[in-house]
Design a protein around this ligand. Structure first.
Ligand SMILES: [Zn+2]
Length: 520
């Protein structure tokens, strides 16, 4: 195994990727960096907003609580080994989780704050996340992903089960990969070790990192599912980690601030409204299962307990939308937008309600706004339909093309529309053609239709290339391959008078799609 102890190693890797050399700012070991520091900061900057959008958005009901989490984070980064443009937010998500992006962009879920008992425990989680960012842990994963040509990243996305992850299109897909990054044992130990050092430097008792880890191990043994899907998925707890943290504690020495009273006071309002958020989460699940009455009762309970929460108004809107009470849904969504104008989902949903009412022109700016916050296949699909209805096919095609990049119902519908509009204009983009010989040397022009639409009147031209010059030396006229080819089927035509006996000669034949229509 080669160890990049010196920058000479870069000479070998240079041929492939032009890497840079650097020093791990936390451990001060020399490393190869394929992603430069300025790229790292840009990745954090560009992905922080879309990542927050897909996890319920920022928790804004209690601004003082966010300011408190930020103040604890800032005490820790003041003593960290690497200065970055650190930022901390509390997300409106009940799943107990926290994450850090490249460039020091950190998020802490509302759901994890319920589970902690002191400021020192909050500092333990925050300092751990700070080290993940400072030591470039997810940047290194990206570098490994780049070396594997994105295979690792793509697998990470497919494995995710977040409701919005499948709907996100374009560059913002990277944000869902970044927040689902799973860390290995070495990265977890490094984050624990340096995290405890930062706690000590900032005046907290590092023992809180040990007791918190013990709690996590216990929760994991109890199979507390929200933790398994949340924090433990990316930061697995273990008895070894507890033992290592105890050794670090012996080295650093116990003692320091716990801050149990101040923590209890700061999360007081959050804990008082916990039942309302539980009702909301259950209401969302009930609606997804189609139990509208149960969902309505739970949403009403939540909204009465906490009228300032935009998500509760949005759920009331979703229930009205489901019952086809579109005008009522509009009011709920507008209330959600008024409370929290920088969250994407009520804009999408209000767009759906307006579309249902035939008010397409009013839906358009809302869908555009939602795409600025988080680009989704649902919004692009509706924008494509609006453009198509208006007769603006080029714009419609652009929108459908973006939406078709997502593995969702809206993505599949967009692909179907894209094929319908564009296939007659660009049949070669959608149909696959080749020349194939049978055992007797008879040659066929074969066309495969991978789309979901039946095609008709498929014409091809067969071109033969000269073996020596590689230039075309003969070509057929326009040939009808098949009157109709169903989705997923092939059509073929025997090329009369042409026989080929050597595989090398087959390689000199090209079948070019000339034209095709959609079957009536
Ligand atoms: Zn971790």
């Amino acid at each position: 195994m080669l160890k990049p102890d010196t920058c000479l190693f870069a000479v070998f890797a240079f041929l492939f990727l032009l890497p840079g050399c650097g020093t791990n700012p936390v451990t001060h070991k020399r490393e190869l960096h394929l992603i430069s520091e300025s790229q790292e900061l840009a990745i954090g900057q560009e992905n922080y907003i879309p990542a927050r959008q897909q996890q319920g958005g920022d928790y804004i009901v209690d601004a003082e609580l966010t300011a408190y989490v930020q103040s604890v984070g800032n005490k820790l980064v003041a003593v960290a080994d690497r200065q970055l443009p650190y930022e901390f937010v509390v997300l409106n998500d009940s799943m107990p989780n926290a994450w850090a992006m490249p460039g020091g962009k950190i998020a802490f879920n509302r759901g994890l704050l319920y589970e902690l008992n002191s400021e020192a425990e909050l500092a333990a989680v925050l300092s751990h996340e700070i080290v993940h960012a400072a030591a470039r842990h997810s940047a290194k994963k990206m570098e490994a992903g780049m070396l594997l040509q994105g295979a690792v990243m793509a697998a990470g996305v497919a494995a995710q089960d977040k409701s919005y992850a499948n709907l996100i299109v374009g560059g913002a897909q990277l944000s869902s990969q970044l927040i689902a990054t799973k860390f290995g044992r070495d990265e977890e130990s490094e984050a624990d070790l340096y995290g405890m050092r930062y706690m000590k430097r900032a005046g907290y008792d590092p023992r809180a990192a040990v007791t918190l880890q013990e709690t996590f191990v216990r929760l994991r043994k109890d199979n507390k599912s929200s933790f398994i899907e949340g924090l433990f998925a990316s930061h697995p707890p273990s008895d070894e980690r507890v033992a290592a943290n105890k050794a670090t504690l012996a080295e650093l020495g116990e003692g320091g601030v716990w801050g149990k009273e101040i923590y209890a006071q700061k999360v007081g309002k959050l804990k008082a409204s916990q039942a309302a958020y539980k009702a909301y989460d259950e209401g969302v699940q009930a609606l997804a299962k189609g139990d509208v009455n149960q969902a309505a009762a739970l949403a009403k309970k939540a909204a009465e307990a906490e009228p300032r929460e935009a998500r509760f108004q949005e759920l009331l809107g979703d229930i009205a939308l489901k019952q086809n009470r579109n005008k009522e849904a509009l009011d709920y969504y507008q209330r959600a937008i008024d409370i929290q104008p920088d969250y994407f989902r009520p804009y999408v949903q209000k767009g759906v309600a307006l579309n249902n009412l035939g008010r397409h022109a009013e839906a358009e700016p809302l869908l555009r706004r939602s795409n600025e916050l988080l680009p989704t296949a649902s919004s692009y699909f509706m924008l494509g339909q609006i453009a198509e209805d208006r007769g603006n096919l080029d714009i419609a095609l652009q929108h459908y093309e973006i939406a078709a990049g997502s593995n969702s119902d809206a993505g599949k519908s967009s692909m179907a529309r894209l094929v319908r509009l564009d296939l007659p204009r660009n049949p070669a983009r959608y149909l696959q053609a080749s020349a194939q010989a049978d055992s007797m040397g008879y040659v066929y022009a074969v066309v495969y239709n991978p789309t979901s639409a039946a095609v008709a009147n498929v014409h091809v031209r067969v071109v033969r290339f000269d073996a020596a010059t590689r230039q075309p030396d003969a070509q057929s006229g326009s040939l009808l391959v098949a009157a109709k080819i169903a989705p997923g089927q092939r059509g073929q035509l025997l090329l009369e008078g042409l026989r080929v006996y050597k595989q090398a000669d087959m390689k000199l034949l090209r079948v070019v799609i000339e034209k095709a229509e959609l079957a009536k």
